[in-house]
Design a protein around this ligand. Structure first.
Ligand code: S3P
Length: 174
């Protein structure tokens, strides 16, 4: 199936690379966090505060199941890999890990003033690093393709992904 699922830690660039991929492939971009926000009708950080992370993960899993079967570019949230069922869904799809050093990720998280990330906003660099370490294996296990994004812009990352997956996008310009 012609779809791409983007995974990676917070700050990996899933949304911006997703936008580039959407342009290159003509497939619609769906951002899983935005779909969750539509459903919960409040910002994610507020939902975390009122209902907790587990309640968030239940909705995230439900929506991943729904969107993983569609011909779209799907940008996921950084914690999508923590559930075993989600990792199994991701393994079956055309899942691409946007990988970067923790130094780059923390820098991008701190620079992004538009998103309040409940699992990073009040955390020290050490705590964010620890969270990254607990998930690292899960990201690697869930992806079919791993792309390093340090020192690359979104366009470069997107072209690299298309080049690697081009058998499935044979009608696109080379
Ligand atoms: C989360 C990452 C966020 C969002 C939520 C939880 C996580 O998405 O889903 O705040 O657990 O890493 P981004 O990776 O787009 O920041």
């Amino acid at each position: 199936m012609k779809n791409i699922i983007l995974i990676g830690f917070m700050g990996a660039g899933k949304t911006t690379v997703g936008q580039e991929l959407s342009q290159l492939t003509g497939l619609a971009l769906i951002n899983l966090d935005d779909e969750i926000i539509k459903k919960i009708k409040m910002p994610i950080h507020q939902f975390f505060k009122e209902y907790g992370e587990e309640a968030f993960r239940v909705i995230e899993e439900e929506l991943l199941e729904k969107f993983s079967h569609q011909p779209i570019i799907l940008a996921t949230g950084g914690g999508v890999v923590v559930r075993l069922n989600n990792r199994m869904i991701l393994q079956k799809g055309q899942t691409v890990l946007l990988d970067a050093s923790i130094k780059t990720l923390i820098q991008r998280i701190r620079e992004d003033k538009t998103t309040i990330r409940p699992l990073a906003v009040n955390s020290s660099d050490e705590e964010i690093t620890q969270l990254f370490e607990t998930r690292k294996m899960f990201y690697q296990q869930s992806a079919r393709l791993i792309v390093k994004t340090d020192d690359k812009n979104a366009q470069e990352v997107a072209s690299e992904i298309i080049k690697n997956l081009k058998d499935n996008f044979e009608n696109l310009p080379q």
